[in-house]
Design a protein. Structure first.
Length: 310
């Protein structure tokens, strides 16, 4: 099989249909499909969202044994992650014969691995599918954290952890003296993350956040709808505007536009949540109205995406 001049996209679990819808919208050509792994003609398409790792230089090779497969991969000088596709046990034995890499959950704040990480699968017992280059530094794009199961009031905090990890620019992270907004904040998972950076957090919701956060000196809670906020309400620049609010995507976009156009906000992270079908039209409107912004489907997202502007 000739996969040269293609890119492989490992679609996010449960969302292959969304990825293929994107492919159709952009009139892209599918060359091959292997489960969640879809190969498209051409180089990496930066408009696509619904995937968690891209294989940038896919190839196939015939292998005669587990040992020869491992030797072949070692000679490339890359670190390798196995994506189980076919002949899974055989693939695991090949991975075990390669130099050891720890793919354990990471602690938030750890440096993203810098060494190039390739990916490989087996199409059958004698056919190796591999890519020397991938877009994610994490095995199969899975950003798995050692969770704090005691302090955060909800698991939603993992999405903000992941977004800040992928941004990987320590200079723009929130810090002491920075004003940050968490709109639609109940029960307070994102407020908890922002407060732990030492930033001043203005937390807005019509329902109260966790009592422990109410007592945090870094947190000011306002029992107020996010959609009643106006840029003129603030007398200092906002370092981060954050939203994990449940609402229709166009409604959130109107709020975001208002604050972006005011120039008072430096950075944005917002979850775009879909109430039913995926709203590709509004997703594109975020990108068109705010140049330089990007949309991700994070490993910790569900039927939603994360819009980021830094």
């Amino acid at each position: 099989m000739n996969l040269t001049k293609t890119t492989g996209y490992l679609t996010t679990t449960g969302h292959k249909a969304d990825f293929l819808k994107e492919v159709s919208l952009y009139d892209l050509k599918v060359v091959a499909e292997f489960g969640r792994l879809v190969f498209l003609e051409g180089e990496l398409n930066l408009k696509l969202v619904w995937y968690q790792n891209a294989w940038l230089s896919p190839k196939t090779a015939k292998i005669e044994s587990i040992g020869k497969a491992a030797t072949f991969l070692k000679k490339t000088g890359r670190n390798w992650a196995h994506y189980p596709l076919e002949c899974i046990r055989r693939g695991e034995l090949i991975a075990k014969a390669l130099p050891y890499l720890s793919f354990n959950p990471i602690n938030f704040g750890d440096e993203i691995p810098k060494a190039p990480l390739g990916s490989f699968s087996l199409l059958d017992k004698d056919t190796l599918l591999y890519s020397l280059e991938c877009t994610s530094a994490f095995k199969n794009g899975e950003v798995v954290f050692n969770e704090d199961k005691v302090n955060p009031p909800s698991r939603a905090y993992l999405k903000l952890w992941e977004a800040f990890t992928l941004i990987d620019n320590k200079k723009i992270l929130p810090g002491p003296g920075d004003l940050t907004l968490d709109v639609g904040s109940c029960p307070g998972g994102w407020t908890w993350v922002l407060a732990n950076f030492g930033a001043d957090v203005y937390s807005y919701d019509k329902a109260p956040i966790d009592e422990r956060l109410m007592e945090n000196e870094k947190v000011s809670f306002f029992k107020q709808s996010a959609f009643s906020l106006e840029p003129k309400d603030f007398d200092r620049p906002i370092k981060w505007f954050c939203s994990d609010i449940i609402c229709y995507p166009p409604k959130l976009l109107n709020l975001v536009k208002k604050f972006y156009d005011s120039g008072i906000v430096e950075n944005f992270i917002c979850t775009i949540k879909f109430q039913g079908e995926t709203d590709f039209t509004t997703m594109n409107e975020y990108l068109e109205h705010i140049p330089g912004s990007k949309i991700y489907h994070l490993y910790n997202n569900k039927h939603e995406v994360t819009w980021v502007k830094v």
